[in-house]
Design a protein around this ligand. Sequence first.
Ligand code: ZN
Length: 284
Amino acid sequence: MPELPEVEIWARRLGTVLKGAEVESALAPGVVTMKTYDPPISALAGHTIEGTRRFAKMLCVDFSDDLSLLVHLMHGGRVRVFDKRASLRDKAARILIRLSDGRELRLVEFGTQQRAWGKLLPADEVVNDEMVATLGPEALPPPPVEQLADLVRLPRHMHSLLRDQRVIAGIGRSWVDEILWESMLSPFKRGADLDDDGVQRLHDAIGSTLQGALDHYEEVIPPDVVPDKPPMPLKVHNKQGEACPRCGTKLEAVFFRDYVTTYCPEDQTGGQILKDRRLSKLLK
Ligand SMILES: [Zn+2]
């Protein structure tokens, strides 16, 4: 699932390439995609794209006359800009916004599930939408150390805490591994057990990891290109079996049904190799 740095670079690049474009027509062939019905997506016709915003892992496209399309890509959703229009038989198309200049902004979704969604809202109501209003503070820049301490000192494990968008917004399954590895914290350490030094390391790692990813994207993705898939500069996530880039120890992993958490036993768990079943239980 795209996380804060990926959605941020999409928002920036989409803003650059789409600003000022006029909508010719808009439709949502994915029947469950639109979560709002009034105004309908077709009401975007004639409006101009004014810019883009990001809320946690959600993308927001702002149109003239105070209309905003809030989009959650979920796991398999991607936003793309095409020079030609999609066939309506494109099974992956969820939202099609046809522009007067011939281009098309398309929300596509891969996989069999239809989970990506959009909401067409008055611009000033986006912040009141339940998915936005319930977000914790944005992870970038990270909240001040004292605030972060208050947020994470809960009797829950770091791996689930950091991915809880109501605790801190923008981190998911990939970047959580990188942040915990950077801060040398175990994925199953309880937030409540973090000492001041641990909170400081976590704070610094959230900032450096997410900003580092964003800086990488700014460097490798041309300013006028909307990437299909930003090249994630991951060091440990999903690299189990490889050597830890810091100490050379073999990276270990705990496998869940549809994802994996990777860690360095030397740096993060005091040499302990986590038993899959035990950690799975703990992290649920
Ligand atoms: Zn290591």
